[in-house]
Design a protein around this ligand. Structure first.
Ligand SMILES: [Zn+2]
Length: 277
């Protein structure tokens, strides 16, 4: 697992095992806040180890940016912490997380110690502010990747933990393309120092405009291509010909996972467009 100090008392972690998924920590003098937990227990536990033994504080809050396994299944490794999330995150963890964990545990023994811990504090719109030492964390809904996305702005540092609303390749299979486009546009207007993406590397100030544009162009491109395909009889076969490169992205993103995610995006979008009709 990679670890980096982003600014004073703000840390970033990136998995070396699963899809470059990321997590964050903001520490105060008495306690720390964890933003997302990683996919596998060993990595999550080493984040806790770092906080308790290097920063010498306990974890008081865990913020789940959304309910997906690689972000929220590590809640159980911070016993005693209060979990904060979108109200839909609580429902989705219960409806989908619990049965999905059951299935995953049969296949992956590493997940045996995992238990779903449901969020204790939830909200659905507006903002929630959490003061950690000298820093204000502003938590707000950022939908589009999933129906329960939230993001965390470290106000003083202009560091934005975007969850999966911002990724090297936007992923909309469990979300909504128009919602994610407006989330990405909003991020572009925020005057940020860093975007911490839910997967992939940190985006620096000078790279933000280009990253925002690339993601919006990609989404516009797949929308256009899938709409054109949807007018044909063999629409589903035509999707194979819509390459990731023709939509302005590279297949090397996310450790090579990008191509698979791209094809799933196209299928999900076609499904949405044909059921809308
Ligand atoms: Zn994710």
């Amino acid at each position: 697992m990679h670890r980096e100090r982003v600014s004073e008392n703000v840390f970033w972690f990136q998995s070396e095992i699963y899809a470059q998924v990321t997590a964050g920590v903001v520490a105060g003098p008495q306690w720390a806040v964890v933003i997302d937990t990683l996919a596998l227990p060993d990595e999550t536990l080493s984040i806790r180890e770092f906080i308790e033994h290097e920063l010498n504080v306990p974890v008081r809050y865990v913020i789940d940016t959304h309910y997906h396994a690689d972000h929220a299944w590590g809640n159980c490794f911070f016993p005693g912490a209060t979990v904060i999330a979108h109200v839909n995150c609580r429902d989705l963890l219960l409806e989908r997380g619990v049965p999905s964990l059951d299935g995953s545990q049969k296949q992956n023994p590493a997940l045996r110690q995992v238990k779903i811990v449901l969020p204790h504090i939830t909200f659905s719109d507006g903002e929630l502010t959490l003061r950690v030492g000298k820093k204000n964390l502003i938590i707000s809904p950022t939908l589009g990747h999933s129906p329960d996305g939230i993001a965390v702005l470290v106000e003083e540092d202009r560091i934005f933990f975007a969850g999966d609303s911002f990724m090297p390749l936007p992923y909309i299979v469990d979300g909504d393309i128009d919602e994610i486009m407006s989330s990405i546009k909003r991020v572009g207007r925020m005057g940020l120092e860093n975007i911490v993406q839910g997967h992939g590397d940190i985006i620096l100030r000078g790279e933000i405009d280009a990253a925002v544009k690339e993601n919006l162009n990609y989404l516009a491109a797949i929308k256009k291509a899938v709409r054109a395909a949807s007018r044909r009889k063999n629409a589903i076969e035509l999707l194979d010909d819509i390459t990731i490169e023709s939509c302005g992205k590279s297949r090397v993103y996310l450790g090579g996972l990008a191509q698979t995610l791209h094809q799933r995006n196209l299928r999900a979008l076609l499904q949405q467009m044909t059921t809308e009709k």
